[in-house]
Ligand binder design. Structure first.
Ligand code: ADP
Length: 386
């Protein structure tokens, strides 16, 4: 590819003046030179192209009426070339020539000057467009620097994510080992250990299981984020999924007054049973967690008629400030609340729910008011949907 030398930076601006009338050429060249510009005069369009290809000027003053190639054609030529199109072109026209302003701008000119030349006007226009060009160059430079930094940050973030994922993944097996060994120890020591020691052992095992849970949640969230969790879709009765979800919560469901409004007709949904059961368990588990002991948690659902089914989990708990209604669905999005029925909290549960529901083409949301409680809802495709 042809090499075009740009005008040296931070030096006197380089202006190319193109005019086939020697008197005009001389006049403009003289005026600009006197005021410190570096000027290259050329008498024709073709020579202008040659001059620009040799050294890229900072600005071009271009006569319109020239034999061979007129000013519009020369300008269009520059604008069609990616390497030259950013040079500002100011058209000049003699007194007896009419300038087609529309044509001048549509050919790519930034301005025009008509004869008789008032040097102040010529200088002001040249200076303005040189300044504008300078700002544009600066902006382009900043933009490309920003783009480079953004790409570097993205690469680093990806690297960090991969590393975290690897560490978390590798933590899973030893953690399962710890829980297993603690269980064996508890079984073996059942007869010989004091009840106090057995309680300590059981506490250690519960804590290790919480860690296993955290690791599993993180891995699931990562997999869902990367679209690497295949859905095992089936046609399932929502009532069965809710039953399984409540059963998975075990004794936790006894901590508040729990109502499940079961509809008389079976409602079938198209979903991954394991994922949606865990979503429901998460929502109900949270409601129990953030509701005081004398509070109430209600689970209900309804076919809302547009090929979707809506499920609600409502509680009379602490409620969530409106400004957090979106944030809580982000990874590690947590809000400090007054009531919490358990010690462990990861801020991953709702992120998992959102990703899992959206992977089904569904939606999730919350309506909540401080002091009154929260209603989390999910919308899932009905059994018949494509
Ligand atoms: P975790 O409960 O482990 O912190 P989640 O992602 O499940 O993580 O929830 C994120 C945050 O949303 C919680 O920290 C809590 O502040 C808030 N939250 C979730 N469910 C409820 C609820 N039913 N009532 C009040 N706050 C809730």
């Amino acid at each position: 590819m042809e090499q075009i030398t740009p005008a040296p930076p931070e030096t006197t601006p380089d202006v190319l003046v193109v005019d086939d009338t020697p008197a005009n050429l001389q006049l403009l060249t003289g005026m600009l030179k006197k005021h410190g510009y570096r000027v290259r005069p050329v008498p024709s369009g073709r020579l202008a192209i040659q001059a620009v290809r040799k050294i890229k000027p900072d600005l071009i003053l271009l006569d319109i009426n020239m034999p061979d190639m007129n000013g519009y054609e020369v300008c269009e030529y520059f604008k069609a070339d990616a390497a030259l199109k950013d040079i500002p072109v100011i058209f000049i026209s003699a007194l007896d020539e009419t300038i087609d302003k529309i044509k001048a701008f549509s050919a790519g000119g930034v301005d025009y000057i008509t004869k008789p030349f008032q040097f102040n006007e010529v200088e002001a226009r040249v200076q303005t467009h040189l300044k504008l060009r300078g700002i544009q160059v600066e902006l382009e430079l900043r933009n490309s620097q920003l783009q480079t930094s953004f790409e570097e940050v993205k690469k680093l973030e990806e690297l960090q994510n991969n590393l975290t994922h690897m560490i978390i993944h590798d933590m899973r097996s030893p953690l399962l080992g710890v829980t297993g060994f603690l269980e064996i120890l508890a079984l073996k020591g059942g007869k010989t250990m004091t009840s106090n020691d057995l309680a300590i052992l059981s506490g250690a095992r519960s804590s290790a299981l919480v860690l296993v849970d955290m690791v599993n949640s993180l891995l699931d969230v990562c997999r869902l984020e990367q679209g690497q969790m295949p859905l095992n879709l089936g046609i399932l009765d929502l009532d069965v999924l809710i039953g399984n979800a409540l059963a998975s919560l075990g004794s936790l469901t006894g901590k508040v007054s729990l109502h499940y409004q079961k509809p008389t007709l079976a409602t079938l949904v198209k979903c991954d049973a394991n994922l949606i059961t865990r979503v429901i368990a998460n929502l109900v588990g949270n409601s129990i967690k953030y509701t005081p002991k004398d509070g109430q948690v209600t689970v209900s659902f309804e076919d809302i008629g547009d090929g979707t089914v809506k499920l609600w989990v409502s509680d009379t708990g602490s409620g969530i400030l409106h400004e957090y209604h979106q944030k809580i669905f982000d990874k590690f999005g947590q809000v400090k609340t007054q009531h919490s029925n358990t010690r462990y909290s990861t801020g991953l549960g709702l992120a998992f729910c959102k990703l899992a529901v959206e992977a089904h083409g569904g939606k999730i949301g919350v309506e909540s008011e401080i002091g009154k409680g929260s209603t989390f809802w999910i919308i899932l495709p009905h059994e018949g949907s494509p």
